[in-house]
Each structure stands twice: as C-alpha cells, then as structure tokens.
Write a protein that binds this ligand. Structure first.
Ligand SMILES: O=C(O)C(=O)C[C@H](O)[C@H](O)CO
Ligand SMILES: [Mg+2]
Length: 403
C-alpha cells in the first residue's frame, strides 16, 4: 500500500472546498477534506509544499506513524492550517484502509454504537415570527433538534441569519470581509424572548440550540445562561471566545445551561482544562480541523471520562467528505451527542457523490467500503476557486469585536 501520488482539488460548487486525494500503487485511493473557510489556499500551500512530497513512497497503512510524522515532525505544532492539513491526510488514509479491508469506516473504528445519528437543523429568521415559521418547516421535515437564530432589533445584520427567507445562511459571502455591527446590549435584551416563543409554540419535546458565536464576555454569558434556564436549551454554543479556558469556569459556576464549544479548536490541548474541569458539555471540532479521525478519537475518549459528548460542527463549509467521515465517527463514538446538519447545495452533492443518507432528522451511515464519499474531478474542474472571506464585527462605536 505504498503511496504513489497525492494532489489537491480546489473547487467551488456553491462554495469553496479543498480536497486531498491520496493514491496508492495498487490504485486504491482515499480522499480527505482540507477546507478552512476563508483561508483555503493557506492549507493548499501547506499541503503542496510541505506534506505531499513527504508522503510519496510511504506505507498508506501506517496512519498513526504518518500522523505523528506530520505533527511532531513539523516542529511548528498545532494551529488551524497545520491541523487541517494533517486532518485531510488522516481522513484519506482511513478511507484507504477501510477500502482495503472491504469495510465501511465505522466497522474499523469499532462498529455501530447506534442505528442512526441525530442531527440539528438551522432555523433562522429576520425576526421571531420568521424563525418560528422555519422551526415549523424543519419539524415537518423530521428534525427533532433546531438551532434558532434571529435578527436583533436595531442591528442591521446578525450572525447566523440568512439574507432572504427560506435561503441558507452563508457567512463567507464577499471577496473581502464584510463589516457587521454588533450590540451586546440589544442582543441580550432580545434573545430570551426567542426561546420563550419557541417553547410556547412548540412545547418541550424538541431540542433547542443556539450559537452566540463568541460575542459575549464571561459574565455576560453567565447572565444569558441563567436567563434562559427555564427554556432548557440543548446547548448554548461558543458563548465566549475560549483562548482563556478559565472563562468557561466563571460561566459554569453561574448556570446549568449546557455549554458547547470548539468549532475553532484544533487540538486536545485547546480542550484539556475545559474537559478535565467539566466546564463544558459538548465538543465541536470537526474531523478536518482537529487533525482527522486519529486525533478526534483521542479528544472524544478524554471527553467521555467526564460525561462530555460530541456535537460536531457541520455547516456548509464542512465538505461532504468531512461530513461523510463524521457520520461514520458519530455512528461509532460511544459518547455521541448530536451532529450539526446544514444541507449542501445540490451541485455540491453532485461534485461529492456520497452514500450517507438523511432521513427523519437523522443521518444513516452507508455500507460502501471507506468513508463512502468520492469526488467527481471532471465536474469539480468546472467550478474554479473564488476568494471568499468571513465577515468582521464592530461595536456600534467602531471597536473591532469578535465575529
Ligand atoms: O455552524 C456553526 O455553528 C458556525 O458557527 C458556522 C461558522 O460560522 C462557519 O463555519 C465559519 O466558517
Ligand atoms: Mg458555531
């Protein structure tokens, strides 16, 4: 199983995706997702210049050794670019190993822990009524869990809200960063009413989630967590930036609202204090950004010791390759919580044919050997890369804030 070739495919069917393909001498190949939203070409350069040349001739079966080689051997450990590059290699190698074994990936990981994987949908609206209509529509599609986000009165744009009703929310929507305005005061005055309205209209049998997108200070997040306790959220996500892990301690001491964090984390060390002190309830890092299956498995195992569960990131910038591998991981991992699901555009699904299925609010894993996702390279070539940036956020007085 010597690696004979490896190359990058950068394509934009609906949005940008970076895919690494690793080919072995026998012709068996695997693919891995290397997409880092808004910073795609940095990972491409890292892989093309520093990783691909070092992969040629190695034994594709030595997944652990290659992981250590790329991580320790880089000297410059961690960071989103490095870990996305390692994540793509790791995902492709697990794909190859599972194909060579003639097994779907979840079997190699240890087999099924569940029959299906619960997902949550994005429900957004310019105001509470529009958001409730979206919740209604998604419950009719079979979802049991909904993430609710609305516009905030007095602020022109808000994180997570689609530009037009019924459309998907896409943050990387301009070539250079769009400038958004944020007011914590206006947000905190508004957002509890959203959860109250959801519970009043739909009752208590559905799961309700919300993403704060790193915008609060710890004491503001603690206040929000306390205020929304009567609506028992499934989770409050990324309520503060978490470079300082102690921030979560303060929040935890004030509220029983469950906390999810980690979509921008890339290492077990980003989580260590949070997990060991039980300051969080869900880990969010997707397989790509966290160094692939090999590393996420370690994070999930550590989390399991502390009753912390998985809730992997799954917006549209997580490609079908990463999502497909995640559905295998979710099917196996004992401490599974939930999987984010933001459907890709039809053209994205055509470029990345896959065998995972969505049914009744859940993902069902496929039985194809490997992770079950492929890439149509000819079709991918018809959608060239377009630079797209995530927005930045400013307070009303112009101060640059967390987006
Ligand atoms: O899906 C989520 O929870 C997000 O926060 C989406 C992120 O803003 C998006 O993936 C940034 O690339
Ligand atoms: Mg998020």
């Amino acid at each position: 199983m010597k690696i004979s070739d490896a190359y990058l495919i950068v394509t934009s069917p609906g949005r940008n995706f970076v895919t690494l393909k690793i080919v072995t001498k026998s012709g068996t190949y695997g693919i891995g997702d290397a997409t880092l939203n808004g910073r795609e070409m940095a990972v491409v350069a890292y892989l093309e210049e520093h990783v691909v040349p070092a992969l040629i001739g190695r034994d594709a079966g030595r997944i652990e050794d290659i992981w250590q080689y790329l991580y320790r051997g880089a000297y410059w450990r961690r960071g989103p670019v490095t870990m996305a590059a390692i994540g793509a290699v790791d995902m492709a190698l697990w794909d190859i190993k599972a194909k060579a074994a003639g097994m779907p990936l979840y079997q190699l990981l240890g087999g099924k822990s569940r029959e299906r994987v619960m997902t949550y949908a994005h429900c957004t609206g310019k105001d509470i009524d529009a958001c409730l209509a979206e919740v209604d529509a998604h419950l009719k599609l079979g979802y049991r869990a909904v993430r609710v986000q609305t516009g905030v009165p007095g602020i022109a744009t808000t994180y997570g809200v689609a530009k037009r009703e019924g459309e998907r929310y896409e943050p990387a929507d301009s070539e250079l960063p769009a400038e958004h305005v944020w007011s914590t005061e206006k947000y905190l005055n508004h957002v509890p009413a959203l959860f109250a309205a959801v519970r009043e209209r739909f009752g208590h049998d559905i799961h309700v989630l919300h993403d704060v997108h790193h915008r609060l200070t710890p004491i503001e997040a603690a206040r929000l967590g306390k205020m929304v306790e009567p609506y028992h959220l499934f989770w409050l996500e990324d309520c503060v930036p978490a470079e300082n892990q102690q921030s979560l301690k303060l929040i935890r001491e004030h509220t029983t609202t469950p906390l999810a964090i980690g979509e921008v984390f890339n290492s077990i060390h980003d989580y260590r204090e949070l997990i060991e002190n039980q300051w969080i309830d869900y880990i969010r890092t997707p397989l790509t950004h966290g160094g692939g299956i090999t590393h996420l498995r370690r994070i999930a195992d550590l989390a399991a010791l502390y009753h912390i569960r998985t809730g992997f990131h799954g917006p549209t910038d997580v490609s079908p390759v990463c999502l497909g591998a995640a559905v295998h991981f979710d099917t196996w991992v004992p401490n599974f919580g939930i999987q984010e699901h933001m459907p890709h555009e039809a053209i994205t699904d055509q470029v990345f044919p896959h065998d995972y299925r969505f049914e009744d609010g859940h993902f069902l894993v496929g039985e194809t050997p490997g992770h079950g996702v492929d890439i149509d390279e000819e079709l991918a070539r018809q959608y060239p890369y377009k630079r797209a940036s995530l927005p930045v956020n400013r307070l009303e007085d112009g101060t640059l804030w967390h987006w």
